[in-house]
Design a protein around this ligand. Structure first.
Ligand code: HPA
Ligand code: ZN
Length: 324
């Protein structure tokens, strides 16, 4: 099984580039940029990665992102992730970034996107890895802030395939962002949103009906509504599931309690993704391996999960057919 997982060419659809910041790079950049970080060494960092829910993770994740200052920093961050893609045989990746995390610190939108974009261009040239960039709005901030970010992004429209919604879910439902998603759709962006990670299944309904999203990120709480499950199945709406993340953030008690096999057996379009791999103990292959170690997934299931990620991707139809 492990051989199959390693061997299969994969696509990744749910990966926050800031969440691929490994402690080693964090230390190097902190030193170079003279940024204080609250850790004395790498081991200290790893010990701090002991989360009880989404918010306890986000606090540490945003603090880590403070070391990213220059275009080269964003390039190096992205390039290190690309090297993991090579290792794990990920041949297509659609990565999230959180512009507001950086612009709020005085880092220009252009600095961030250019560093990421140049690394992805080199990934294509050097390894043939195809990619897309999705900009996420931080849902703990206001819709006006998201509107301002969308406006800033328009100058880089050619570099961004979609918009998403992430950060603290509880208390910040999709309905808070209805108008800005409508505007993003008019501008031609694909739409995704984190929904039903910690929030209940009503967040998934809102993402579908009020935001008109193309994919749900996480979505594991859909299991609590039969009507929603039927709809997700009928419409084959993609759910980008992130097993390691769900365990680390205590969405499920352990891998054996994870519902991905149930979602898959029901006929939903689910895929496996790494979310924030530097914080959640592993990249995409490790997510698959942890699932296989704990759930009765068959080889057929693995192939279906991998195919789902390609068919749910935003790549052009020609390339999609080639990948499938
Ligand atoms: N959920 C919400 N926001 C996030 C996540 C997540 O899993 N990872 C990074 N930002
Ligand atoms: Zn996520």
């Amino acid at each position: 099984m492990i051989d199959l997982i390693k061997k299969l060419p994969k696509a990744e659809l749910h990966l926050h580039i800031e969440g691929s910041l490994e402690p080693e790079l964090m230390f190097r950049l902190a030193k170079k940029n003279n940024i204080d970080i609250p850790y004395k060494d790498i081991e200290d960092v790893r010990n701090a990665y002991n989360f009880t829910n989404l918010q306890t993770f986000l606090d540490i994740y945003y603090a880590g992102a403070n070391v990213l200052i220059t275009k080269d920093d964003f390039y190096d961050l992205t390039w290190e992730y690309i090297l993991k893609c090579v290792e794990d045989n990920v041949i297509h990746t659609e990565i999230f970034f959180d512009p507001q995390t950086h612009t709020a610190r005085g880092i220009a939108f252009e600095t961030v996107i250019t560093g990421i974009k140049e690394a992805l261009a080199d990934a294509k040239e050097r390894y043939g890895i195809t990619s897309g960039i999705i900009m996420c709005f931080l849902r703990h901030l206001s819709q006006q802030d998201a509107f301002d970010t969308l406006e800033e992004a328009m100058a880089f429209k050619e570099d961004i395939i979609g918009v998403g919604l992430d950060s603290s879910e509880l208390g910040n439902p999709p309905s808070k962002f209805t108008e800005v998603f409508e505007k993003a759709k008019e501008a031609g962006f694909k739409l995704v949103a984190h929904a039903g990670e910690e929030g209940d299944f009503s967040y998934i309904y809102e993402a579908l009906d009020l935001l008109g999203i193309d994919r749900i990120d996480h979505g594991v709480q859909s299991i609590h509504s039969d009507t929603l499950m039927q709809r997700l199945k009928e419409e084959q709406i993609p759910l980008t599931v992130c097993p390691n993340s769900n365990i680390e953030l205590k969405v499920f008690e352990d891998y054996k309690a994870h519902n991905i096999k149930e979602l898959l057996d029901y006929g939903l379009n689910v895929s496996v993704n790494s979310d924030d791999p530097a914080y959640f103990k592993g990249y995409i292959n490790q997510n698959f391996i942890n699932l296989c170690d704990n759930l009765p997934l068959t080889e057929n299931d693995i192939v279906t999960l991998v195919k789902n990620s390609f068919r749910s991707s935003f790549i052009d139809d020609d390339l999609k057919q080639a990948y499938l």
